[in-house]
Ligand binder design. Sequence first.
Ligand code: FE2
Length: 186
Amino acid sequence: MDSIDCVKKTIEGFIEKSLVSEDLIHAKNTLEWLLKLKPDADDALKIAALGHDIERAIEHRKVKRKDYRNYDGFKEAHALNSARVLEEIMKECNVRRELIDDVCFLVSHHETGGTRRVDVLRDADSISFFHVNLPYYFVRNGIEETKKRCLWGYKKLPKNLQEVVVKFNYGDKKLESLVKAWVADS
Ligand SMILES: [Fe+2]
């Protein structure tokens, strides 16, 4: 097995064990969206897409919302912690230093963007939240929290991709009309 396959298998192995049932679906779906937005994505971007949330899957290492004053601070700590976990996995799999640094940079900034490549990762992740996570998030967190999370994610997206997410079908009419109303008001 080459070093890239080793990294992908190890990432999936961790995320498979996550207590959050949609984590593996979201990881794979983010990779799919990344490839739709950038069909020639390189290995660093593909690894980053699959592993960007990995820390959330590891109970004893994940950062917790209650330990941060605001949501952005929590998300930044989450991104840095995922980069840390991925660095360890990539070292174990004998990935070359340059690629490790590239993946860590991408994942550390995946919530905010900042370069063209990080922006593609951020957008794939943000779309995927709407595509696959939202119904799970709604059940777990209720209307008010879901509204905040939805608008936070929606505002990060460029206009052309906002148009993509408003067309998603959630298999839940109530959620669908709520999302449409929230984003129309924003
Ligand atoms: Fe994510």
